[in-house]
Design a protein. Structure first.
Length: 352
């Protein structure tokens, strides 16, 4: 099937010293998000098949997250920080657990290493569902300990972005904990940029060839269920200031009133923008790898519920793509998720 030709970037527009750039969502590559060249309504009429609306599905899922926050606040969470966070954390864990497949499971607790090192408390831990992953299984009221070698992703949940700098610093602590625990335990990708290492094994030759430097680097994410005090225009700059690398990560802000914001590693190219894991696996050289940076993305022209639905869907498929290229497994669900035809990259100096 033919794919749409790439859409050229619009030129940077300067108005009263405010700089912004509109660009199309990634497309045209084997990993990208390609809009269908068929009209769904026409296709349905000709094939007599039913259709579905992913925006409606993920809007409903986002509503469940917002409802969990509202319930937590109504049941005593206004003056109880832990109560306000427990409900949303459980709902996000349930959502993520239902979407990652049977080879993984979701828990909370601490990630540990054989030398006695331990992470701080982590809201969401995605771990391979194998017996060796568990150091200590949690009973009610206890904390689970999981071994770092089997941890594929970790996440933090905030019912609201209550304090801008404090939230970013909390995320940074989790990221640094995982980086420290994985130090010396990362498995090099021996097929990076399409080259084959001299020590590659037959099993490794069956894995997908990608531009990712490591085969088992942990994915980190932060999900906030209200924009709160987040300074969106400063988000990517403040993340960079806290030395959080643009690799295997997502910061997702869902808001019932203001829509959604996604801060995600990506890179700008002649064919548009590549975001998240899709950008990483598409790297073809060290030079292209050096262009990866944090990008703050917002959709325009949509109601807040649709904006939240699409950003949530994009995050889920990005996480799924990470899990699909983590060690042996591989799948690419990205073409099921789409953002609008035009996105806006919020420049740090742009007023909102």
């Amino acid at each position: 099937m033919a794919t749409l030709p790439p859409v050229a970037l619009e030129p940077v527009r300067r108005t009263n010293m405010v700089v912004s750039r509109d660009f199309p969502a990634a497309g045209g590559s084997r990993w990208g998000h390609v809009e269908s060249i068929l009209n769904p309504t026409q296709w349905n009429r000709e094939s007599k098949m039913d259709t579905y609306q992913p925006d409606e599905l993920y809007a409903a899922l986002a509503d469940e997250l917002f409802l969990s926050r509202k319930k937590a606040t109504a049941t005593g969470g206004r003056n109880n920080i832990r109560a306000r966070g427990d409900g949303p954390e459980q709902t996000v864990r349930k959502l993520v657990g239902s979407l990652i497949g049977s080879q993984y499971r979701v828990t909370q607790g601490h990630v540990v290493r054989a030398d006695g090192m331990k992470s701080g408390q982590i809201d969401i831990i995605i771990v391979r569902d194998v017996p060796a992953a568990t150091m200590h299984n949690a009973e009610e009221g206890e904390t689970e300990l999981v071994r770092v070698e089997w941890v594929a992703a970790v996440g933090e949940v905030k019912s609201s972005w209550a304090n801008h700098n404090r939230v970013i610093q909390s995320y940074q602590r989790m990221v640094k904990d995982i980086e420290t625990l994985q130090e010396g335990r990362l498995v090099r990708n021996k097929f990076r940029f399409g080259t084959i290492g001299n020590d590659a094994t037959l099993a490794e030759m069956s894995r997908p060839i990608t531009g990712r430097p490591w085969a088992n680097q942990c994915y980190t994410f932060l999900i906030a269920l209200s924009q709160g005090d987040c300074k969106v225009k400063n988000l990517e700059v403040d993340i960079k200031k806290n030395d959080i690398r643009p690799s295997n990560a997502s910061v997702v802000i869902l808001d019932q009133d203001h829509g959604a914001t996604l801060c995600i590693p990506g890179r700008m190219g002649r064919k548009g923008a590549e975001l998240g894991i899709s950008a990483e696996v598409n790297l073809t050289s060290q030079g292209s790898a050096n262009t990866m940076t944090w990008l703050t993305i917002q959709e325009e022209g949509h109601a807040p519920d649709i904006s939240s639905a699409r950003i949530l869907h994009y995050f889920v498929t990005d996480l799924q793509l990470h899990l699909g290229t983590w060690y042996e497994e591989y799948c690419n669900p990205g073409h099921y998720s789409k953002l609008g035809p035009m996105l806006r990259h919020r420049h740090p100096s742009e007023k909102i």
